[in-house]
Design a protein around this ligand. Sequence first.
Ligand SMILES: [Mg+2]
Length: 266
Amino acid sequence: MSGRWDGLLLDIDGVLHVGDEAIPGAVDTLAKLRAAGVPLRLVTNTTSRPRAAVTDRLQRLGFDVETDDLLTPAAMAVRLCRERGYERVALITAHALKQDLSELEAVVSPGSAVDAVIVGDLGPGFSYGVLNGAFRSLLRGADLIALQRNRYWRRPEGLVLDAGPFIAALEYGSGVTATVVGKPSPAFFLAAVDELGLTADKVAMIGDDLEADVGGALDAGLAGILVQTGKFRADELDDSPIDPTLVIESVADAPALVGISGNAYT
Ligand SMILES: [Mg+2]
């Protein structure tokens, strides 16, 4: 039995779990994909916690994953800084994420002259003082690196602002345009495809974010598949110019995409 695709990229938040609750069927689905030897990576825009903590939580929820299965924007940011020769950076990120950015020299004093300001999801930490410090560094010539620019995400208590709106505020204030290293950056998807040893046309990205997951994957030449879990909103899909390759109920429908147990999508 063969499916339309040979490999999968799976988003984590809203696809495998929401908060401390696994999406129904997700644990079994991942086990099934593993058992069939399907090449896959987990690609997340989560920047509120380091890769090790994301892996820990998935393992606690019963998912068969290792840290190396995960691709995160922080690793891409380190790679970009290395390519551009950046050393001194201002980190506007969750404290815990700093362990994934430890290769870079973080300058702590707000408004300093730095090579780049790196911004991730800081949640309630996005204060006026933090944003203004970043703004001043940008005026002094720093580049703006966005780990991601998602508009919002779903916490157990409801939708909350993500890093995107704050990146937009910094761009608006400073006139500096951000370089996005996480989804929907094509480089992020292509790095993942490369790790799978496949070509983009043989890989499907499954996510709950229409712009970052589906739109980004389509732009990079992958299939973009939307799940109706997590932050999925039917009205957003109706109003968007982004046309997913497929809309599936949840990640539990993923095995059929690669030709396992049923051929609904082959
Ligand atoms: Mg998600």
